[in-house]
Design a protein around this ligand. Structure first.
Ligand SMILES: [Cu+2]
Length: 200
């Protein structure tokens, strides 16, 4: 028998409780069953219940994984090559570029500067050493969801693509943005995530 901290219980009920606990059965609609749950919560927590909770958690994680994977091309499009822009470059002060391993270069320029919100924003992408069939810029909040904003740029001369968009105003004021230049061409997709801050 295990020790139960219920000195105030009548002796018969104490024995009944002990019997139920030792037999491992927990009839939850009887007084003794209720007491067994109340008096010894750690002992009376059935293993079956915790297993069900774990199973539900695992199922939820799988579901999140599947949904996340299905949505990922929309939220952060798949790229064959992901390049990092040059460190220390500030789009609010100048255009910024990223170098391709084979020597090509992708340059992004936003204007006017400082970068406005709730007003027209011009984007120019210049390519050197690579061909593109399609150029897009995906604007996303770094730490918050600011909605879908992925304008397609139009060809504007050799290796030059231009477009215009408007960034929404952020309720928290100045915030961090990621402008991912997406280039399709030559049977591959290249993504270059540029970061900048905008807002008041
Ligand atoms: Cu925001």
């Amino acid at each position: 028998m295990i020790g139960i901290g219920c000195d105030n219980l009548p002796h018969t009920l104490d024995l009944l409780l002990a019997g139920i606990l030792d037999s491992g059965q927990f009839p939850d609609r009887t007084l003794a069953g209720t007491l067994a749950f109340t008096v010894l919560p750690s002992r009376s927590m059935p293993q079956k219940k915790s297993f069900l909770v774990e199973f539900a958690l695992i199922l939820a994680l799988i579901l999140i994984g599947v949904v996340g994977y299905k949505l990922s091309p929309l939220l952060m499009p798949k790229a064959d090559l992901s390049l990092l822009p040059e460190a220390g470059c500030d789009l609010e002060k100048s255009s910024c570029s990223a170098a391709l391993p084979d020597g090509g270069r992708i340059r992004l320029s936003l204007s006017p500067r400082p970068i406005p919100v709730s007003a027209p924003l011009d984007m120019t992408v210049e390519l050197a050493g690579l061909e593109a069939d399609k150029v897009e810029v995906d604007f996303a909040g770094v730490s918050m969801n600011m909605g879908f904003n992925r304008p397609v740029l139009a060809a504007a001369g050799p290796g030059r693509f231009a477009g215009r968009t408007t960034l929404p105003v952020c309720v928290t004021g100045r915030m961090e943005w990621q402008a991912t230049v997406l280039i399709e061409g030559g049977h591959r997709r290249i993504a270059v995530p540029f970061r900048f801050a905008a807002g008041h």
